[in-house]
Design a protein around this ligand. Structure first.
Ligand code: ZN
Length: 114
């Protein structure tokens, strides 16, 4: 098991253990994820694996920049292509609150149609 620690905008929001991941039929330790906004260039969140110095870009748009798609929940930490990881994120109360706030902002934007 590997310990993940989640940081958003410099604030610690939670931690959880995660098993090794399967990549190309090979069991590997999970990599640390950096959330990079392609609009403003900020690294606004990190999912840091304890002791892991291998990073990859995980998520995208920060909470202030929804991007070109009308379906992007700006600032969401959830990754559609990693449902197990997303479920682990939602085991942390502060991350549930973060996601709730981002999804409510999304619906407000949709109602205003911006
Ligand atoms: Zn941004």
């Amino acid at each position: 098991m590997y310990d993940y620690r989640i940081w958003v905008e410099g604030e610690f929001l939670g931690a959880f253990p995660r098993q090794a991941v399967i990549v190309h039929a090979e069991r590997q330790p999970p990599r640390s994820l950096a959330y990079f906004c392609p609009h403003c260039g900020e690294l606004w969140a990190r999912a840091e694996v304890d002791g892991c110095t291998n990073w990859e870009i995980g998520g995208g748009y920060c909470k202030d920049h929804p991007g070109p798609s009308p379906y992007t929940v700006a600032g969401s930490l959830l990754l559609a292509w990693q449902p197990e990881y997303s479920a682990l994120l939602l085991s942390c109360q502060r991350i549930v609150q973060w996601e709730y706030d981002r999804h409510m902002e999304y619906y407000q934007r949709r109602i205003r149609n911006d």
